[in-house]
Design a binder for this molecule. Sequence first.
Ligand code: PEP
Length: 307
Amino acid sequence: SSDLITGGAPLSTKKVGEHLLFSLTRNHGVRTLNEIRTEAGKHMASQRIPLVAGNWKMNFDHLEATYFVQQLAWKLRDIHFDYRHCEIALMPSFTSLRSVQVLVESDNLKIHYGAQAVSVTSQGAFTGDVSADMIAHLGCSYVIVGHSERRKYHPEDDANIVDQVRAVLAAGMQPILCVGESYEERRKGIELDFAVGQVHDVTRDLSDEEASRLIVAYEPIWAIGSGMVATPQSAQDAAKAIRDDLAETFGTHVGESVRILYGGSVSSKNAEELIGEPDVDGFLIGGAALNVDELTRICQLTMNATV
Ligand code: PEP
């Protein structure tokens, strides 16, 4: 049957890509293609530590933010959360970053944090803007770039998004580049080309080293805050298409190392299925990241999928 392929020996945990396929096809025994996909998925995922990133948007003042982080850390400790298998990052408002930094550093927490946007300039007469260096000096690891709400409410076109990505990388942080189709593109059946094109247009002039530090969040706009979630298969299809394009542009090593998150109405009800997909490396979460029990559960499900 075309669903059957020979195999049997345990997969190497060190090698990826062609090597994996080679070791599978040389071995004895019979497994279904689905079993192999599942094993390969876990294997691939083990090379990329999953990331659960909470985008708090314009919620929580600095006191609420600090309280939330403390609660989350306690709840994760209570469930013996293993940060080696799942990374957690929170994106508070600018006004909360310093408070979160103080808490994380004083309690030696393993939770990372970052900002939701960044200026494309480094300093000067840009009232209201915050530079990448200012954000980096607060201990931030990540900056969300090109979130659909920023694209909608602020003049953020591709050229501006490219500059944000560059600014974040130059300051030593990782951009979480958000892409994804609206309902209109999905209706026309061009969602994969659309998302891949968005990533391609923003990243094509980066060096391989810069591209390897990217994180991409595939967030279909119709799924954000709507309660409608992409099926695991369509999240996988988009993540795979984006990964393949990165591999083609920057080489297999970059394609295999960039983490691709899914975002759009993620909750504890759908996280397990989504993270089971081989190319989905975690989540960018809005609403559910405002509830500490819900976020703890999603982190737990994500961690369990990789151990
Ligand atoms: C988001 O804003 O990035 C997001 C995914 O929101 P939600 O989880 O609420 O859909």
